[in-house]
Design a protein around this ligand. Structure first.
Ligand SMILES: NC(=O)c1ccc[n+]([C@@H]2O[C@H](COP(=O)([O-])OP(=O)(O)OC[C@H]3O[C@@H](n4cnc5c(N)ncnc54)[C@H](O)[C@@H]3O)[C@@H](O)[C@H]2O)c1
Ligand SMILES: O=P(O)(O)OC[C@H](O)CO
Length: 336
């Protein structure tokens, strides 16, 4: 049994709270929004986000960031662009021995940092665990089998998260490739937007498989250039999360892409789905990183043009299909 404080009381925060509570942990949810806290305090359910998912009466809900002072495990579950401000708020309240983990998937706009780096830069003396993998809140809350990865440079921290959160329906693997795990989680959202566009345009299964496969190539290429290990991108936080996000109706990134493919302007689609379409900012940061590292990312480039420069997505597909001929794996031909 552990005392867990979850920062962020949205879809994933609630689903983690329900699951962790059902396996005997003491759980408190924090949100900066009074309305959200009132809803969960009195109705015990957010019917819009997770209908039918009810918090037990002993799950705490608060706007007071000092609740973090009781935490043995402090989980960040806020949108990626709110991770720094949340870390700043919670920093004076983090107990010395607490283990910190983050489930948000993204890269910080402006600094291009991974989110464990953002938290570590605001809260000294902690090596943060990245908790990532194919795990839609709707299914975690239902308690159907799910597998994720706890990644940290300090093995004991990742093992603590594994010990506290693993249960018969949630299998947690360990990994020390924090860079690969975080980049896989952040960048698959860009490809999920593209896969949604492809579905919105009714391009069929071949096109979507192509986007997913070539998208994974781009993710791995940038990820390796930034210090990740190539095998991580073949794992749960790479191809695993890419599959779930590109194919599921639960995915906000995919649903946002779907609207764009059906003809809605990107800004309107973003408004309709909400701010946690993480692929939008990830596209911007991934493009910057690819240009800086000299890594070719054609799908990311076309997604940037569609999302930020108003390129028609049909033209984006044409641009991808008319690129110069090349070798699939960028290696020289056998024997050359
Ligand atoms: N929903 C999922 O299935 C899922 C699964 C795995 C990872 N994630 C990741 O977890 C993160 C959160 O996703 P979610 O689905 O819970 O999002 P959400 O939009 O449902 O909820 C986010 C919550 O964070 C808090 N929040 C929002 N804006 C904030 C701000 N500016 N400052 C501080 N707190 C703020 C609020 O409590 C809000 O409810 C995202 O990065 C997402 O990619 C989500
Ligand atoms: O709803 P999405 O697109 O943010 O995806 C949620 C999770 O990242 C899936 O693992």
């Amino acid at each position: 049994m552990a005392k867990i404080v979850i920062l962020g009381a949205g879809g994933f925060g609630i689903s983690l709270a329900v699951m962790a509570r059902s396996y005997g942990n003491e759980v408190t949810l924090w949100s900066p929004f009074q309305e959200e806290v009132d809803l969960l305090t009195y109705e015990r359910e957010n019917k819009k986000l997770l209908p039918g998912v009810v918090l037990e009466p002993d799950v705490g809900v608060s706007t007071d960031i000092a609740v973090a002072e009781g935490a043995q495990l402090l989980l960040f579950a806020v949108p990626s662009q709110a991770v720094r401000s949340t870390a700043q708020k919670v920093a004076p309240h983090v107990p010395e021995g607490a283990v910190l983990a983050n489930v948000a998937k993204g890269l910080e706009n402006g600094t291009q940092l991974r989110l464990t780096q953002v938290i570590e830069s605001e809260i000294g003396g902690h090596q943060v665990v990245a908790l990532s993998g194919p795990s839609h809140a709707e299914e975690v809350a239902r308690g159907v089998p799910t597998t994720i990865v706890a990644a940290c440079k300090v093995r004991a921290n990742a093992e603590y998260v594994q010990t506290v959160l693993m249960n018969p329906n949630l299998r947690i693997y360990l990994n020390d490739d924090v860079v690969g795990v975080e980049l896989g989680g952040a960048l698959k959202n860009v490809i999920a937007l593209a896969a949604g566009i492809s579905d919105g345009l009714k391009l069929g299964d071949n096109a979507k498989a192509a986007l997913m496969t070539r998208g994974l190539s781009e993710i791995a290429r940038l990820g390796v250039a930034m210090g990740g290990r190539s095998e991580t991108f073949a794992g749960l936080t790479g191809v695993g999360d890419l599959i779930v996000t590109c194919t599921s109706m639960h995915s906000r990134n995919r649903r946002c892409g779907l609207l764009i493919g059906q003809g809605m302007a990107a800004t309107d689609a973003l408004k309709q789905i909400g701010m946690t379409v993480e692929g939008y900012t990830a596209t911007l940061v991934a493009r910057e990183l690819s240009l800086q590292a000299g890594v070719e990312m054609p799908i990311v480039e076309q997604m940037f043009q569609v999302l930020y420069n108003g390129l028609d997505c049909r033209q984006g597909i044409k641009n991808l299909m008319s690129r110069p001929r090349k070798h699939e794996s960028e290696q020289v031909w056998f024997g050359e």
